[in-house]
Write a protein that binds this ligand. Structure first.
Ligand code: ACO
Length: 328
């Protein structure tokens, strides 16, 4: 049977940095509260003219360079995002054109913070079934464009960025192994953007009420996140037939260090086996795992052989986990 391998990674974030100290002058919060409750120290934020495809483009160029791919090598572009450049057309199409790809299928999907893992699992299915040979999987988010800057419950959490992986039918690289994914739309109200869709189209009133920004019941989401991330990891390992004692590294969605710690405990990992960069970027939703994965690769933490578990949880509610088996 064919297999799918990550053969290149890349990421890109805006230059501008917003620190916790900066936020202290915007809402009633403190550096101490944000660090203690979330682990975040600062985040990169896009400026008014910047959009998702700008950063996705750089992330893809890096991933393609690492993979040794030319534009003509790419068969398909998958973009996980809830902050596309425009509601229509898909950011994936804009991105494919800016990368110089000609006539390849390209589409977006909205799976919140699970977006990148949803993309990897789709890429695995496409490649193993022989549909495509080389796929770009992207997680990109400009969450600060849909942030309510008067709501301290959410505005301290989010950051912007993009990450990408080149996924190929030919190794060596990170083989996409056992996986698990799911969704529960009955819990969608816990984390949503109420206006701007067909249920509540944009109006002066919706903008005045800040309904085009993210609303989140953080405490409830936290409870589900801990359980869903743990279950996703364990089910992905079970499907692969790999025991948790053989996991070398956890790269989970960077939403909160307390959620990351709980996931690490479920896998019985030591602190040095857990990749954390939330202090620099905050929660970048679909971009958080590919940014972290690329940093781990570039910092030399992915020297094969390595078994790496990726786990995510987000709006939908959605969740996913996958085991990556990096080999020579
Ligand atoms: N500064 C100071 N105090 C604050 C702040 C702030 N920025 N935000 C909230 N508080 C206060 C609250 O008002 C509350 O005060 P009260 O006790 O007087 O009512 C107190 O702090 C505790 O609030 P909680 O909401 O219980 O705080 P919690 O410890 O749960 O942390 C957080 C909140 C960080 C949001 C946490 O719940 C969390 O990380 N949730 C999960 C987020 C997540 O994973 N989201 C999924 C992905 S996002 C996506 O898909 C786009």
């Amino acid at each position: 049977m064919k297999k799918a391998y990550i053969v290149g990674t890349g990421h890109s974030v805006p230059e501008k940095i917003l620190t916790n100290k900066d936020l202290e002058s915007m809402v009633d919060t403190s550096d101490e509260w944000i660090i203690t409750r979330t682990g975040i120290k600062e985040r990169h934020v896009s400026t008014p003219g910047e959009a998702s495809s700008d950063f996705a483009l750089e992330a893809c160029r890096s991933a393609m360079e690492a993979a040794g791919w030319a534009p003509g090598d790419v068969d398909c572009v998958l973009v996980g995002t809830i902050t596309p450049d425009y509601p229509c057309p898909a950011t994936a199409c804009i991105l494919a054109s800016r990368l110089g790809l000609e006539n390849v299928p390209a589409y977006d999907f909205a799976a919140g913070c699970s977006g990148f893992l949803y993309g990897l699992i789709q890429a695995k299915a496409f490649i193993e079934s022989g549909f495509f040979e080389r796929i770009l999987v992207v997680g990109v988010e400009m969450l600060t464009k849909i942030t309510n800057w008067t709501d301290r419950n959410t505005c301290v959490l989010f950051g912007d960025g993009a990450g990408a992986a080149a996924v190929s039918s030919t190794g060596p690289g990170g083989e996409l192994g056992g996986w698990h994914w799911g969704a529960d739309g009955s819990l969608g109200d816990l984390l949503l953007m109420r206006a701007g869709g067909s249920r509540m189209p944009a109006s002066e009133e919706s903008v005045r009420q800040n309904l085009h920004t993210i609303y989140m019941e953080g405490r409830e989401v936290f409870r589900y996140a801990v359980r869903a991330m743990r279950d996703s990891c364990l089910k992905a390992l079970e499907k692969d037939g790999t025991p948790k004692s053989e996991v070398d590294l956890l790269i989970s969605h960077q939403a909160n260090t307390r959620i990351i710690d709980a996931t690490a405990r479920a896998l019985e990992l030591r602190p040095e086996q857990v990749f954390v960069n939330i202090h620099k970027y905050g929660n970048t939703s679909a971009a958080s795992i590919p940014i972290a994965l690329d940093e781990a690769v570039r910092e030399g933490l992915v020297v094969p052989p390595k078994n790496i578990v990726l786990a995510a949880f987000g709006a939908g509610l959605t969740w996913a986990g996958i085991l990556i088996k990096w080999r020579e």
